[in-house]
Design a protein around this ligand. Structure first.
Ligand code: NAG
Ligand code: NAG
Ligand code: NAG
Length: 225
């Protein structure tokens, strides 16, 4: 009876001895490339953006369930401008007093970014950026995306244009109150007489299946699929 018990225990104890070794080897054995975390359905992020030496602080309010995305752009010691994007394709670019009360409305054939827009990105390896050890991916030859290895939060992204966005805060679940998403009245009445806030050379560039909403002073991503 007693000997039967001890032989039953022996293989188990060998297994327990090997377990720490197996756990250590597991990542090496698996050798699977990391994949970027999907974006949370709702978040607020403060970004510091350097566009060829011109600096901006951007409040990004991503709100997928409500089909809307907001970039509130503070140009250094300059204009505060708003880039309000709806999933139905309409974008409003405007500023408010004391800045010019101008608005430009643009319609795109694609909606806002999907939470999984990074799916299919090409893994480039590990790199230290902004003092974080990051996994790095490239998506569609136009964005390089850096994600903190430890927390899987975005740290930085770089557009092929050279524009660099550093992620300063990342508040998952934060939602901007509804009244803030109302474009000013002159977006609906004044369309033709208003001088565009941003250069009108707004373009939708097609990179295979990727569509980019481009404005000279700011780039934003739309539905990649
Ligand atoms: C912004 O980027 C330019 C290069 O385009 C660089 O020379 C400059 O140092 C950067 N400024 C900051 C504050 O990072
Ligand atoms: C898209 O939605 C916004 C917000 O509800 C609205 O102002 C705009 O007119 C809509 N655009 C179209 C093309 O329906
Ligand atoms: C406001 O508009 C005027 C006329 O278009 C322009 O000259 C001026 O630079 C604009 N000011 C700002 C702060 O955008």
């Amino acid at each position: 009876m007693a000997s039967a018990t001890s032989t039953a225990i022996q293989p188990l104890s060998v297994l327990l001895l090997l377990l720490p070794v197996a756990l250590q080897l597991w990542p090496l054995m698996a050798e699977e490339e990391p994949v970027p975390a999907a974006w949370p359905e709702q978040f607020h992020s403060v970004l510091f953006i350097n566009r060829s030496g011109s600096l901006q602080k951007v409040d990004l309010w991503y709100d997928w369930p409500n089909g809307r995305n907001f970039n509130i752009i503070q140009h250094q010691l300059g204009v505060l401008s708003y880039d309000l994007e709806w999933d139905n394709g309409t974008s409003f670019y405007y500023s408010l007093p004391p800045f010019n009360t101008t608005c430009k409305v643009v319609h795109f054939d694609v909606g806002i970014l999907r939470p999984n827009w990074l799916d299919g990105a090409t893994f480039l390896g590990l790199k230290n950026v902004d003092n974080f050890l990051c996994n790095v991916w490239e998506k569609a030859d136009f964005i390089t995306y850096y994600e903190d290895v430890l927390t899987q939060r975005p740290v930085m992204w770089v557009f092929s244009s050279g524009m660099v966005a550093h992620v300063m805060t990342f508040e998952v679940g934060a939602v901007l109150d509804d009244p803030n998403w109302q474009a000013p009245v002159y977006c609906f009445t004044d369309k033709d007489s208003s001088s565009p806030l941003l250069e009108p050379s707004l373009a939708v560039l097609s990179h295979g299946r990727t569509l980019i909403r481009g404005i000279p002073k700011y780039f934003s991503l739309v539905n990649v699929f």
